[in-house]
Design a binder for this molecule. Structure first.
Ligand code: AP5
Ligand code: MG
Length: 194
């Protein structure tokens, strides 16, 4: 099994590159943002609770997100591996993920951090807001999401760096060039499926 965390601020290209990676390497994509938006659209109690935070650009409480992810890992016992996108976002989430994977006799192998200058992030997300229908793609909420990232999520990079798992990748080239840069790191662990 090969498990990858795709790390980076809002708009850095985690979702875009996850799609490319899961296709090439036949991994399973777990995006907590997508899972939460699905709960919101189905008006589940979890979704109703999560929406309050998401609309403000705040992180949803750890216990809600951890509970949601644990089932997803259990649902796929035969997976070749996972790409975690937008998770873990706090140190308690990272510790919980380590425990969940340890229970499956596996671990996080690699953390790829997409580095994109802040003005580019805002430009991308405001641009996406025109068509995405995401209630958090307004300039006001985008600014809050980036602030929340610096405050609560960036320390997670340090957590993985201490374990020797963190690699930084420039994320402001084209989508294809960024993907190529990511694959150079992944290929050290797993080769793409033809
Ligand atoms: P989430 O859905 O995870 O959003 P995010 O991290 O804020 O980031 P985005 O999904 O907006 O950006 P991305 O990095 O995926 O970039 P993308 O590929 O789309 O989280 C949303 C909310 O859910 C959070 O605020 C929180 O409330 C909650 N939540 C989620 N997970 C949580 C957790 N673990 N704990 C607690 N709360 C959680 O690209 C962005 C745009 O840029 C696109 O239009 C794309 O086409 C474009 N683009 C991509 N790459 C390039 C490129 N190289 N050049 C030019 N444009 C590009
Ligand atoms: Mg995303």
């Amino acid at each position: 099994m090969f498990n990858l965390v795709l790390f980076g601020p809002p708009g850095s290209g985690k979702g875009t590159q996850s799609e490319n990676i899961v296709k090439s390497y036949k991994l399973l994509h777990i995006s907590t943002g997508d899972l939460l938006r699905d709960e919101v659209s189905r008006h589940t109690p979890l979704g109703t609770e999560a929406k309050k935070y998401m609309d403000q650009g705040m992180l949803v409480p750890d216990e809600v997100v951890i509970g949601m992810i644990s089932g997803k890992i259990d649902d796929a016992p035969d997976a070749r591996g996972f790409v975690f996108d937008g998770f873990p976002r706090t140190r308690p989430q990272a510790e919980a993920l380590d425990k969940l994977l340890e229970f499956k006799n596996t671990q996080i192998h690699l953390v790829l951090s997409l580095e994109v200058p802040e003005p580019d992030l805002i430009k991308r997300l405001v641009g996406r807001g025109a068509t995405s229908g995401r209630s958090d793609d307004t300039e006001e909420v985008i600014t809050k999401r980036i602030k929340e990232y610096h405050l609560k999520t960036q320390p997670v990079a340090h957590y993985y760096n201490e374990q020797g798992k963190l690699e930084q990748v420039t994320g402001d080239h084209t989508i294809a060039d960024t993907f190529k840069a990511l694959t150079k790191h992944i290929n050290k662990y797993l080769l793409p499926v033809a």
